[in-house]
Design a protein around this ligand. Structure first.
Ligand SMILES: NC(=O)c1ccc[n+]([C@@H]2O[C@H](COP(=O)([O-])OP(=O)(O)OC[C@H]3O[C@@H](n4cnc5c(N)ncnc54)[C@H](OP(=O)(O)O)[C@@H]3O)[C@@H](O)[C@H]2O)c1
Length: 329
């Protein structure tokens, strides 16, 4: 028996109940993991709250979360790559990480290299692999590109700023407060913009001599998407990879994309980019190298006991956090 944060009916943070949660023996292709640290992501709040998401939430009762690090405690039939005692990490569904112990498919799991810290990796597995595919595959950032990153001091934002700077990009990043502007600047954001004080589209225009950004990474959604499109250069790419302020209004491909300059828009999601085992391994190895090389720090600024996950969700949804949050079983 393990304890977990169980959601019996989708709703606000206190829809999660800390209770006993049975974990059967691992089935074929599954590994049983005892978590050492669990990453908290905004997507967990969508799943818990019933907000639409590319990965639909299974029927209740359900345990949310899909980022974690731990030790293998047992393996099911047909698992050959993992053994009891292995340090492992994952950052894609199926859901169920807000638990002391869980079963997880071996084909979505990776070994954790020695020397990497459990909490760093728990905070970076999902967000770091996301930053990798956004910066290398959704749009391949080139040295000299100007890029726009929203919520630049958030968990994802600080990672994007660090990695994009290392790639040689000029980063314009939006935030809600001066304190967050400082955090974004420290992570490599060249031009932090407090959204309530300045138009970020104008700042991008100034920085690029009127041309516009090569790409915008917009996970705010409803409140920012239109102005994000206004910030792009012709043929620029809008990666609408989240919607913390709510799902954006529908996009008209003629007016919104065509008339603004043959823009591209996509709603990318991590599970599609690492669905193939070869992509998962390549992306995880690139992430581990970036951590080992000192390019990325997860900025784990909030650590909660797993039993206090409700508080972690309240804080994240308040929009006041800087950097990443992990849960410790
Ligand atoms: N598609 C993918 O593959 C993928 C993978 C990982 C994450 N994501 C998305 O990335 C986004 C960020 O995730 P995260 O876990 O790193 O969260 P986070 O950025 O640490 O927290 C969200 C931030 O969004 C900003 N925000 C703006 N309007 C908000 C509102 N109405 N309510 C709450 N926050 C608001 C706040 O920053 P300011 O105060 O500076 O505005 C807040 O700190 C989420 O949308 C998530 O779904 C997508």
């Amino acid at each position: 028996m393990s304890k977990a944060q169980v959601v019996h009916e989708l709703g606000p943070p206190n829809a999660m109940t800390w209770q006993e949660w049975p974990v059967p023996d691992p089935g074929p292709g599954e590994v049983r993991i005892r978590h050492a640290a669990i990453g908290v992501n905004f997507a967990d709040t969508y799943h818990r709250g019933g907000v639409p998401h590319p990965w639909p939430v299974p029927p209740c009762p359900v345990v949310v979360g899909f980022e974690g690090v731990g030790i293998v405690e047992g393996v099911g039939p047909r698992v050959t790559e993992f053994d009891s005692g292995d340090r492992v990490a994952y950052g894609i569904p199926p859901l169920g990480s807000y638990a002391e112990v869980r079963n997880y498919p071996a084909d979505k799991l990776v070994h954790l290299p020695d020397g990497l810290d459990d909490r760093q990796v728990a905070a970076l597995m999902m967000k770091g692999m996301t930053a990798h595919y956004l910066l290398h595959r959704t749009y391949a950032v080139q040295p000299g590109d100007t890029i726009l990153v929203h919520a630049a001091a958030g968990g994802m934002g600080l990672i994007l700023c660090q990695w994009a700077k290392a790639l040689g990009a000029t980063v314009v990043g939006t935030v809600s407060t001066e304190k967050k502007a400082e955090a974004a600047r420290a992570a490599g954001c060249h031009y932090p913009v407090v959204r309530s004080r300045q138009s970020f589209a104008e700042v991008v225009g100034d920085v690029t001599d009127g041309e516009g950004a090569a790409v915008v990474y917009d996970a705010i959604g409803r409140d920012t998407l239109r102005q994000s499109l206004d910030s792009l250069r012709p043929m620029g790419v809008c990666a609408a990879y989240g919607h913390v302020s709510g799902p954006p209004d529908p996009v008209d491909i003629i007016r919104d994309l065509g008339q603004r300059g043959s823009l591209f828009i996509t709603r990318p999601a991590i599970m599609h980019y690492v669905a193939r085992r070869s992509d998962l391994e390549r992306t995880a190895q690139a992430l581990f190298k970036a951590i080992a090389d000192g390019i990325l720090d997860a900025n784990v600024n909030y650590k909660y006991a797993l039993r206090d996950a409700v508080k972690a969700h309240e804080a994240l949804e308040s929009g006041t956090t800087i950097g990443a949050t992990v849960l410790i079983p």
